[in-house]
Design a protein around this ligand. Structure first.
Ligand code: PEP
Ligand code: MN
Length: 364
C-alpha cells in the first residue's frame, strides 16, 4: 500500500484527463474510535479516496475549544487503515508529534498553516524527519507569503528522502469575507512557477469554511491543473467537534467529485499562462478591494452610531481635510494619479456620509 502511494506521489506536473485527482479525505479531527472507523468505512465504499486524513492535535485559534484526542487517536487511524486499506495521514506540529507518528507507522504527514509560518518549527520537524522517506505535505502559511511557503518546502526536502507536496489552503485576512481563507490564487500559481516539480494539492474545505463554496473552489483548483484535493468529511458533519460547517458527508463528497470537470493535461491550463494569470491576479485584487470597501463602510456605520450617541454632527470638516491630505500623500507616493485619488476619496466620503445618515435615520 505504501509503495502504491509513493508511486501515486510521483505524479506528473499536471493531470491527464484519464487520471482522477489525488483525493485526501477524512474528518477535520479524530473525535472517537467509532467516528474515525465509520467515516473511513463510508469513504472506502466510494472507492475513490487515496489518503485518509484526521487531525489528532488540533491547532485551535482560541484555547479551551476541542484540541484533539492526541496520541491515543493514532491507534484509531491505524485500525481504519487495516480495515479499509487506505493509507493514513495526520498533521504534525513539532518533533514529538513526528516521533510518535513515525512509531505508529503513518503513511503521510502534513504540516499545517499555523506551523508553516515558523521556520523554527518547520526546521524542528525537518530535523525529526531526517533520514526517513515518509511523504510530507506542506500547507501554505497563514498569510500570503510565497517565499515562506517555498522555504518550508525546501527545509523539509533537504532532510526527507520521500516526496514533498504543497497544499494550498488559502490565506487569513482581516474583516468580513466570502471565504474563510482568501484563495489568492496568484500565490499557488506563483509556487507552481517557482517550483514546477513540486506537486500541488488544494484544500477547498479550509478555503471555503462552509459547504456551499467547496465545489466551486475545487473546480477552480482543477482548472488550474492542481494535482489533488483535500476535502474534509465526517459521518455526521453537523455534530463535528471542529470545522462543522465545512465538512461533507462521504455521500456528498462523492457527488461533489462526480460534478468536477477535469481538463486535458497537455492543453496547458490557459489561466496559468500570460494574460490569463494576470487576469486571475486582477480578480483576486478586486475581490480584496471589494472586501476592504465593505469593511470600511461597516466601520462608517459604527462611527455613525457613535456620533449619534454623543450628539456629534456627521460631517466633521477638520477630519475630512485630514483624511484628504494624508490619503492624497499616500497615493502620490505610490504614483497614483492625483485626480484619480481625489475622486476616489470623494466617492468614499460621500458613501460614508450616506451610510452614517442611514444609521441616524434608523435610530430616530
Ligand atoms: C486541517 O487540515 O485540519 C487544518 C488545521 O488545516 P490548516 O492548517 O490549513 O488550518
Ligand atoms: Mn479542519
Amino acid at each position: 500500500m505504501v509503495k502504491n502511494l509513493l508511486e501515486a506521489f510521483t505524479l506528473p506536473s499536471s493531470l491527464d484527463s484519464s487520471q482522477r485527482p489525488f483525493i485526501v479525505s477524512g474528518p477535520c479531527s479524530a473525535e472517537s474510535r467509532e467516528q474515525v472507523l465509520e467515516t473511513a468505512r463510508q469513504l472506502s465504499a466510494l472507492g475513490r479516496v487515496n489518503l485518509f486524513r484526521a487531525g489528532i492535535w488540533k491547532p485551535r485559534t482560541r484555547p479551551h475549544s476541542f484540541e484533539g484526542k492526541g496520541t491515543e487517536a493514532l491507534d484509531w487511524l491505524v485500525e481504519a487503515r487495516q480495515e479499509t486499506g487506505i493509507p493514513i495521514a495526520t498533521e504534525v506540529a513539532n518533533a514529538q508529534h513526528v516521533e510518535v507518528c513515525l512509531e505508529a507507522g503513518l503513511d503521510v504527514l502534513w504540516i499545517g498553516a499555523r506551523t508553516t509560518v515558523s521556520p523554527f518549527a518547520v526546521q524542528e520537524i525537518a530535523d525529526a524527519l531526517a533520514g526517513t522517506k515518509i511523504p510530507v505535505i506542506v500547507k501554505n502559511p497563514m498569510h500570503a507569503d510565497l517565499k515562506l511557503w517555498m522555504g518550508a518546502i525546501e527545509r523539509i526536502s533537504e532532510t526527507v528522502g520521500g516526496p514533498v507536496w504543497a497544499m494550498h489552503r488559502g490565506f487569513s485576512s482581516y474583516g468580513l469575507k466570502e471565504y474563510r481563507n482568501a484563495p489568492m490564487w496568484e500565490i499557488p500559481i506563483g509556487l507552481r512557477a517557482e517550483m514546477p516539480d513540486t506537486p500541488l494539492l488544494c484544500d477547498p474545505s479550509h478555503i471555503s469554511g462552509n459547504r456551499t463554496l467547496i465545489a466551486s473552489v475545487a473546480q477552480k483548483a482543477m482548472d488550474l491543473g492542481m494535482h489533488g484535493l483535500m476535502l474534509e468529511s465526517h459521518r455526521s458533519p453537523d455534530d463535528a467537534l471542529s470545522d462543522a460547517g465545512q465538512q461533507l458527508t462521504p455521500q456528498d463528497l462523492d457527488t461533489l467529485l462526480d460534478g468536477l470537470t477535469i481538463r486535458q493535461s497537455d492543453a496547458k491550463p490557459e489561466q496559468v499562462d500570460g494574460l490569463g494569470a494576470m487576469r486571475l491576479q486582477m480578480d483576486s485584487l478586486d475581490e480584496q478591494l471589494i472586501e476592504l470597501l465593505h469593511a470600511r463602510m461597516d466601520l462608517a456605520r459604527d462611527i455613525g452610531r457613535f456620533k449619534l450617541e454623543h450628539g456629534m454632527t456627521i460631517l466633521q470638516l477638520e477630519r475630512w481635510h485630514e483624511v484628504l491630505k494624508t490619503r492624497s500623500a499616500w497615493g502620490n507616493s505610490l504614483k497614483l494619479g492625483p485626480e484619480f485619488t481625489s475622486k476616489l476619496l470623494e466617492q468614499l466620503h460621500k458613501e460614508s456620509i450616506r451610510v452614517q445618515n442611514e444609521e441616524m435615520i434608523k435610530k430616530k
